[in-house]
Design a protein around this ligand. Structure first.
Ligand code: GTP
Ligand code: MG
Length: 239
């Protein structure tokens, strides 16, 4: 099924009512699959949270949120990648249609929570990008993990890709505010604003490290190593 776009606007050019209905239903079905992937992984994080809370009386996860990429963003991303706006390309070329964001108190929690998820045998690691140890030029810090999770439906099991962004509360504070400053897509950020944002990101990172050091000195505080993944951009099984 091809969703064509007119030259002068972004509305889909589908005229035949049956085609419109079939396309809408197929699209809705796909979104249901991605929602199922989100539910599966969210539950995994919630169980890890409960277990950790019960054992250690503190929580390595502060918040879990999720979203399904909206149809216009899906179309824009496919076009940006030079791909036709088709359902096939959406399914086979995009890995961030289902997205989950997890925030953690300490940097070590980010790596620990990630390891606890990745060691589960119905999770396949597809891609890992460590923007904590390799921050983006903007100052952005976060651990990005793309996984596939097995989901059972009435007559089949599907492997659903889900992108997970895991970061500290402090990194999330910066990313959320910086994102708001970009609210106008066509607005070019002045150089001094970008420099200031980067400097704030560094101050935040420094405070995250200080908090981590404090935590190390608290008796009985569970400490985990910061994992050094072999490469920043580990693409393991992307199609
Ligand atoms: P895509 O093709 O867009 O997926 O490019 P990519 O895979 O190189 O993207 P990346 O790994 O950089 O992750 C994209 C997502 O990370 C975005 O949708 C944002 O949620 C987040 N992100 C990346 N860079 C920044 C940044 O500078 N600021 C903020 N606030 N968020 C960012
Ligand atoms: Mg990406």
């Amino acid at each position: 099924m091809v969703l064509k776009k007119t030259a002068d606007d972004n509305r889909e050019l589908l005229t035949d009512p049956k085609t419109i209905l079939d396309t809408a239903m197929e699209f809705q079905h796909l979104l249901m699959l991605y929602e199922s992937g989100i539910k599966q992984i969210t539950t995994k994080f919630e169980i890890l949270e409960d277990e950790f809370q019960s054992k250690h009386k503190r929580n390595p996860i502060e918040t879990i949120s999720s979203r399904i990429k909206d149809p216009m963003s899906i179309a824009e991303k496919l076009q940006r990648k030079g791909l036709a706006v088709t359902m096939d390309n959406m399914v086979n070329k995009l890995y961030d249609i289902a997205g989950i964001r997890v925030t953690c108190p300490f940097i070590s929690d980010v790596y620990h929570v990630t390891q606890m998820l990745l060691q589960q045998d119905d999770i396949t690691l597809i891609e890992m990008k460590d923007y904590i140890q390799n921050p983006k030029a903007s100052g952005y810090r976060s651990l990005h993990v793309i996984v596939k999770v097995g989901v059972y439906f009435s007559d089949q099991k599907r492997e659903i890709p889900v992108e997970i962004q895991i970061r500290t509360i402090a990194m999330d504070f910066w990313a959320s505010l910086e994102h708001q400053l970009h609210y106008k897509k066509d607005y070019q950020m002045p150089a001094n604003v970008s420099t200031e944002l980067k400097s704030i990101a560094e101050a935040i990172a420094s405070n995250d490290r200080r908090m981590q050091e404090l935590a190390k000195n608290i008796p009985g505080f569970v400490e985990y190593n910061i994992i050094q993944y072999p490469e920043h951009n580990t693409v393991l099984a992307k199609k």
